[in-house]
Ligand binder design. Sequence first.
Ligand code: KMH
Ligand code: ZN
Length: 274
Amino acid sequence: MEKLIITAAICGAEVLKEHNPAVPYTVAECAREAKSAYDAGASMIHLHVRYDDGTPTQDKERFREVIAAIREVCPDVIIQPSTGGAVGMTDDERLQPTELLPEMATLDCGTLNFGGDEVFTNTENTIIYFGKRMIELGIKPELECFDKGMIDMALRLHGRGYIAAPMHFDFVMGVNGGIGGSLRDFVFLRESIPAGSTYTVAGIGRHEFPLAAAAIVDGGHVRVGFEDNVYLSRGVLARSNGELVEKVGRLARELGREVASPDEARRILGLHVK
Ligand code: KMH
Ligand code: ZN
């Protein structure tokens, strides 16, 4: 079995300091949280950025600043900016961090309800637009799938040449509006991707660690972090993203799976090894 890639989604666009005071907004806080995750074994940082007051932004210059600060303290980590941004942003606004030519970026593969009146919109044309852009710029997409139909969409667009193989999926499970977080749901998704592709699982809230354990034994990869969950265990807030990553590392060791370094993760994902 390949080593385990742990991704830390340190910040997100929706989670607030009111949910957990360690949620990072400023450049320095993002660097601190990335380092805590990296030191605990994360080889990839899934990155959103915020202004100092917590407002989410896809501003290219803010990404540039945060990426530079993370690079100072985690020189070889894979940085994967979000192109999902926050609900309501335009396609071009969301695509800004791709201009910085990251190794990877997310590509969200469908529209879903996002709680209350919120809708996270990703039309077929949006996905094609983003997919073409990533092929042109040589950026490997992490195909965020919040439901089974999004995997089917990714496969159709791969067939039409808008998404290159080998494909790497992210099953985001347990969002209010997407697929649930049961083991049955997990098996359904992981059996729906083609041989030769890789996946990571991001369980939302209480689904984070049970799904991490499932992916560890299945040979998949794991995403944790404040974007998805702020608790280390029931009722206990994590003091850092690093604590969440550390827990996954512990589970992996107990279950006999080694954790990948950034360059090992690059090899597994078919990225250029630095
Ligand atoms: N913040 C969500 C609306 C991504 O990073 O690509 C979208 C999201 C997905 O987080
Ligand atoms: Zn995200």
